[in-house]
Every structure is written in structure tokens, then in C-alpha cells.
Design a protein around this ligand. Sequence first.
Ligand SMILES: [Zn+2]
Length: 254
Amino acid sequence: MQGQGELRDQTAEYQERIDDWAKKAVQRFRKAAGGVTPRTCPICGYHGLFPAFGQPPRFDARCGSCGSLERHRLIWLMVLREDFFEDDHAVLHFAPEQQLSGRIRVRVDRYETADLREADILTHRVNIEDTGLPDCSYDRIVCNHVLEHVDDTKALAELFRMLRPGGKALLSTPVIEGWAKTYEPEGIDSREARKLHFGQADHVRFYGRDIRDRIRAAGFQLREVVAEGQDVIDYGLWRGEAVFVATRPREQPE
Ligand SMILES: [Zn+2]
């Protein structure tokens, strides 16, 4: 058994070590928080330092001008390179991100937004699991970081239904690529438990690689665009992050 005095001495020594470590960590963070290496934003054209963002923070994450994050820039590179939006398109944008919304609006014929929450900027206040919006009415649907909050079987069926044949949905969500199967255990129903298990209080699962099977099961053909190579360096992307392009086939399989 240790004596009380000995224990106190050890605690004091431990606290000193922690204080020293924390001081160094804060110094390192302050040095990098404003940006480490100049990057380019393909959305707004800004070139310069990008501040850190996120919890824990990711360095060079947030555009110093328009506030775009890594995934917005990955999406926009794809949009530019593939001419994803055309001027006669009808587009529906779920949970519209302000970093993308205005840029999409000016490129297309009809731009509509949708979300469950109340907001002045919305065209439709609807639940993605059952929108009540008409069949085959959009050329493009944009749906980033929504599927991990909802019944994805219902949501993907809705996206498929609302797209015109040949239409495309742009989908992204957090995915753990090292997991074969999506983590979705029963009984995780408090905010605290969901934050612990799924990383955020309003997430209902953590996707594994099988997210692709779920998207295909709704009838989509699937392609993905991955952040890699020089793009990661130039545009400050998140290595390996994927964006899914899900196409409603023109011909329905027999
Ligand atoms: Zn920007």
C-alpha cells in the first residue's frame, strides 16, 4: 500500500507532466491552426492559407474565403470536370450547404432545396423518407451527409423515384472504409449513446464499405470519385474521401 504522501507526490508530478504536454500541444496547434500550406479552393478560386476545422481539428481544412470544407471541394472538382450540372437541369438539393448552394443555382434551369428543418432558404420542407414530391422530376439530386441521419432504405428509394431515368444523385456520408459492414446495433437510442457509437448525437449508424450495396439495392448504378494524388495537395482534400454518383438507369432491368 502506498502512503497518502507518496500518492500526492505522484499526482503532483503527473499533473506537472500533463501541464507541460498541454502547453506544447497548444503551441503546436496555434502554429498550424491558421493554415500550414497554401491551398486552392476550386469553388471560389481563393488561393492561400486554410484554417483548421473540426473536432479533433483537421489542418488546412476550411477555405479561408468561402468556408468550403474538404468534401465540398472534392464535390466541386467532380462537378467542374464532369460538367455535372447543365443549364437545362432541374436540381433538388437536400440539406443545402451554403458553400455549394449559390454555385449550383446559377448553373441550372430549376434549383430547389429541401430539408426537414424550418428555414427561409428552403423550397420544400419535407422528410427525405417520404417527400411527397413528384416522380421522375429531377435531373440531379444533391444529398450530402443526410443518409447517416435517416432510414436510408426509404431515403434512397425516394431519391430513385424522384430522379428522371438517366438522372444522377450526388451522395456523400462518413464511411469507415476498413469496415466491411455498417455499424448499426439495436438499442442505441439516447443522444449520448449515439454520439459515442456513431460520432454525432443525431447519427443513427456508421457506414462501412457496404454502403455501396445499399445504394445499388435501391436500383442505382454506382460510380465514385475519390480524393487522391496531387488533388489532395493542391486543393486540401481529405485523403481517400469518396463521393458517390448514383445514376438511375434509363432502362429498368427485367
Ligand atoms: Zn473557397
